[in-house]
Design a protein around this ligand. Sequence first.
Ligand code: GSH
Length: 202
Amino acid sequence: MKLIGSYTSPFVRKISVILLEKGITFEFINEMPYNAENGVAKYNPLGKVPALVTDDGECWYDSPLIAQYIELLDIAPALVPRDPKAALRMRQLESLADGIMDAGLVSVREQARPAAQQSPEELVRQREKITRALDALEAYTADGTLKADELNLATIAVACAVGYLNFRRVSPGWCATRPHLVKLVETLFQRDSFARTEPPKA
Ligand SMILES: N[C@@H](CCC(=O)N[C@@H](CS)C(=O)NCC(=O)O)C(=O)O
């Protein structure tokens, strides 16, 4: 299998962690989608990473769908419940985490523009999405919907989303008022799969 991605993308990290946790061997093809010259569109017409190319030459893109494909391979540990409704609930939590990644990415892109071209309103809009989503995740960890000691699609996605906020210093004070979420992500960050997929420092 080939995973097309960049080392800084939280969506790519989610898929890398899933593959590592399941012990699936893969080759990482480093492509930077925001570089002028990049080969991402060969794999995904939308020009986004991750994309996954299987040994049969099938190509999958959009990380929730890739995660679903990998789960279909039926390789332990199972990361999504078999019950369809429970699976849907877990995928909704994945969407919430992915939404934080999306809003974090938009914020980072906006702040990379020349100061005069940045939209403070857009930055506030994105920050509010992140704040509301983090509050929802804190509530889900407090009521046991998300459990720090459970490895599944939702907890992996949440840890990747928060890892991205930390890495890009978006919402830097997020942890002050969300102790349950802090415990969850710190537990996940201790895993080898997370240590091996930490974004580069520079
Ligand atoms: N919904 C997509 C989002 C992927 C995404 O936005 N990836 C970013 C990198 S973190 C990207 O490739 N952006 C390039 C672009 O938007 O042109 C997924 O879950 O795979």
